[in-house]
Design a protein around this ligand. Sequence first.
Ligand SMILES: Nc1ncnc2c1ncn2[C@@H]1O[C@H](COP(=O)(O)OP(=O)(O)O)[C@@H](O)[C@H]1O
Ligand SMILES: [Mg+2]
Length: 252
Amino acid sequence: MNPLLEAHGLTKRIDGVLIVDEVDFVARAGQVTVIVGPNGAGKTTLFDCLSGVGTPDAGSVWHRGEDVTALPSDALARRGLARTFQRSSVFPTMTVADNLMVAAESHRRRGLLRGVVGMPEPRRLRHGAAVREVLADLGLTPAAHVVAGELSPGTLHLVELGRALCTGPDTLLLDEPASGLDDTEAEHLHQLLHRLAARNLAVVMIEHDLRLVDETADVVYVMAAGRAVVSGSPKDVLRRADVSSLLFGRPS
Ligand SMILES: Nc1ncnc2c1ncn2[C@@H]1O[C@H](COP(=O)(O)OP(=O)(O)O)[C@@H](O)[C@H]1O
Ligand SMILES: [Mg+2]
């Protein structure tokens, strides 16, 4: 399958400390690729380097076969690489639909986060169609006019995902999208991500719940102390004794 996002020998130091250590990584269209690993392993920092939030000290990042190592996150977003953060970026006082509308608009005019109300009518209509489609995809249509601050954590996570999808990405990087969700919500979200991948997106996520990883992932990378130590199918990777001791400090 088509590799959308690749990293070769990616290395990042923070204050002289090696946080990401020569990581090779591939995410393919149509697949869910999951990164697991203990806290502090360097997963979020790897995402920063992949998404142009941080500049790697060595190595390269490739998107659709082009070297994008030096590109900042807004340029990568315009190329189709969308990223969510561990902290929510949803505006709590805006409705769900307006949150998505602002994401769609700011994607086009990054840095000019203008009020939706001030948006010229033709553009508003154009984004409106995309927003309606994403709302329907995520089952959020009934909540379109609800103020985001009133939503449950599960629904808020869907809005977060919706904001990323409104930019029309081919590659999605999701940092612990299921954190704070109950089991049913987390499972629902994973099924949704699986369906998105089936539409030929490359879905990449950091996830701790190994039961969910086992169900959803096509490929798993295990990160520990900055290195991608093992990768492969969940069936092969998650049952290895050395992986269990890395993740739980003991063989399971
Ligand atoms: N901005 C920063 N300044 C200093 N240390 C950092 C910074 N960001 C991350 N770190 C350190 O890098 C290591 C990896 O962090 P992180 O990438 O967030 O790991 P993970 O997402 O796997 O939990 C941790 O030891 C963390 O303390
Ligand atoms: Mg993290």
